[in-house]
Design a protein around this ligand. Structure first.
Ligand code: RTP
Ligand code: MG
Length: 161
C-alpha cells in the first residue's frame, strides 16, 4: 500500500556533496518526491524534531550536528515507504549497516550517518507536518494525469561544457 515517509539528508551528506547521489538512489528505488526543502535547522527546530531523544546521552551532540549546516527535507511516497526507506538507509551505525545501503556507502559514523527516515507510519505523519503544510505536498499521480509531461533527455557531460 502507498505510504508517505519523511527523509532528511543530513549536514554531512550536504558537506561532502553526496546528497545528489543519495536523492538519485531514492528515485531509483521507486520513491516519488512529493515535497523538498533545502534549509538550515534552528536549534529549536532540531530539538523539537528529535524530542524523543532528549534524555539520551547523545542528544546535545545530535543537535549540534543537525544544526551544523543545511539539510534537505523530503516527503517520499512509495509502497511500504516507511519500512522500505529504513531498509534502503541501513542501520544507524554505518559500520553495522548492510553493504549496499546508503549509510554503509555514505555515512561516516553513528552520528554522521547521512540520512534520516521516519520509524513508523504514525511518526511519518507527524514528521511530514513538522516541515510541510498540506498544500506543499504535491500529488504526483494526479498531476501526471492532467499535465502532459514532455520528457527531455538531460545533456550528457560533454554537451554540458
Ligand atoms: P534517524 O532517526 O536519524 O533516522 O536515525 P535512527 O532512527 O537510525 O537512529 P535513532 O536512534 O533515532 O538516532 C537518531 C540519530 O541520532 C544520532 N545518534 N548518535 N552517538 C550516538 O550514539 C548516536 N546514536 C544516535 C544519529 O545521527 C542517529 O541517526
Ligand atoms: Mg530515529
Amino acid at each position: 500500500m502507498k505510504e508517505r515517509t519523511l527523509t532528511i539528508i543530513k549536514p554531512d551528506a550536504i558537506r561532502n556533496k553526496s546528497f545528489g547521489s543519495i536523492l538519485q538512489i531514492l528515485l531509483d528505488k521507486g520513491f516519488d518526491v512529493l515535497s523538498l526543502k533545502y534549509l538550515k535547522l534552528s536549534k529549536n527546530e532540531a530539538e523539537g524534531f528529535y524530542a524523543v531523544h532528549k534524555d539520551k546521552g547523545f542528544f546535545q551532540e545530535l543537535i549540534k550536528f543537525m544544526t551544523s549546516g543545511p539539510v534537505i527535507v523530503c516527503t517520499l511516497e512509495r509502497d511500504d515507504a516507511v519500512s522500505y526507506l529504513r531498509e534502503v538507509m541501513g542501520a544507524t551505525d554505518p559500520k553495522k549497516a548492510e553493504k549496499s545501503t546508503i549509510r554503509a556507502n555514505y555515512g561516516t559514523d553513528i552520528q554522521c550517518n547521512a540520512i534520516h527516515g521516519s520509524d513508523s507510519l504514525e511518526n511519518a505523519q507527524k514528521e511530514i507536518h513538522y516541515f510541510f503544510a498540506d498544500y506543499e505536498l504535491g500529488s504526483f499521480q494526479k498531476e501526471e494525469k492532467i499535465v502532459k509531461i514532455e520528457v527531455v533527455r538531460p545533456p550528457n557531460k560533454e554537451e554540458r561544457f
